[in-house]
Design a protein around this ligand. Structure first.
Ligand SMILES: [Mg+2]
Length: 321
């Protein structure tokens, strides 16, 4: 199969700055790509790396892909490329060969349909806002709190306050982005081990401390995120929750297959993609909800600006960019 390859870069300012224990994001940049086959089938993909140094790497590698390329040589060439480029090309190919067929609508817009990211500067006032909105819809909601941003004393006090304020119908996810040492992680696991409405503690220890993470997972549900990106073989080995980000994995078709096969303990999460990448997030999230361990995805719906980049139609986004 002969393919035509095109790419366009995008950049958007995030409506609120996104902070985790490792970095702060003010804007998001990346590329959308378009592959057209000789029988005129079209597939779109998104290259959505997060660290700045990865953007440079991706730019160089994307420039190495010729405008016209044969399927086999493209598949071979991308093996050495950044995982985000592999993800984009494999996504576009899956669309061309009908491996994934997107629906027109996925209905993830209401607040109870995805996890709500708390602003780490105003955790408690954010929580109060959410409680107000929640009392109107009378449904359970999920909140996500990024920790290891302040000193641990302060954050433990905030935790106590959160726990005293959330009833049974608010679920809590806590994400340390790999920044705690074992001592603090064990303290938190002890505080949280009997709390019913905690979904999981996400990447409490650094990516490499798999032994520590395995031990903690015996006490309280631990979700791996960054560890899975550094050590993809853990995807088939880890016996706990997995935060899966299709735009960061070399081939999101693997994740699609796992969800189609009803694999449990997978949660879908965003890396702040445009509407192109979001089609995968929505599709996979709706499969997840039909699986054995349904959980709302982490799509950060309150963190996107109002722009054509987030339309539901891939072709429109491409044409307007
Ligand atoms: Mg995470």
């Amino acid at each position: 199969m002969n393919l035509k390859f095109k790419k366009k870069s995008y950049s958007f300012k995030l409506p609120t700055k996104l902070k985790n224990s490792k970095t702060t994001y003010l804007k998001k940049s990346g590329w959308i790509i378009k592959l057209t086959s000789n029988d005129k089938k079209i597939g779109f993909g998104e290259v959505s790396p997060l660290p700045k140094e990865d953007l440079k790497k991706c730019e160089k590698q994307l420039d190495m892909i010729p405008d016209f390329v044969e399927f086999n040589s493209l598949s071979e060439q991308i093996n050495i490329f950044h995982p985000c480029i592999q993800s984009a090309i494999n996504s576009a190919l899956a669309e061309i060969n009908g491996r994934i067929i997107f629906k027109e609508n996925y209905y993830f817009d209401e607040i109870d349909k995805t996890a709500i990211l708390l602003n780490p500067e105003n955790v408690i006032s954010d929580l109060n806002e959410i409680k107000k909105r929640q009392s109107k819809i009378e449904k359970s909601v999920t909140i996500k709190w990024k920790v290891a941003l302040k000193n641990n004393h302060e954050e433990e006090a905030t935790l106590e306050e959160i726990l005293s304020q959330i009833g049974n119908n608010i679920k809590l996810r806590i994400d340390a982005n790999g920044s705690w040492g074992r001592e603090i992680a064990y303290r938190w696991a002890d505080i949280l081990k009997d709390i019913k409405n905690i979904d999981w503690l996400e990447q409490p220890l650094c990516v490499d401390d798999i032994d520590g993470l395995t031990e903690l997972n015996k006490k309280i549900p631990i979700a791996l995120d960054e560890s899975l990106l550094k050590f993809p073989t853990l995807i088939d080995e880890w016996k706990g929750w997995q935060i899966r980000r299709p735009s960061q994995e070399k081939n999101p078709v693997k994740l699609l297959r796992e969800l189609e096969n009803k694999k449990a303990l997978i949660s879908i999460s965003t890396s702040f993609e445009t509407g192109i990448g979001k089609r995968w997030l929505y599709h996979l999230s709706s499969l997840q909800l039909q699986g054995p361990t349904p959980k709302v995805p982490g799509l950060a719906m309150n963190n996107f600006p109002n722009s054509f980049l987030f339309l539901n139609e891939a072709k429109k986004i491409w044409d307007l960019l």
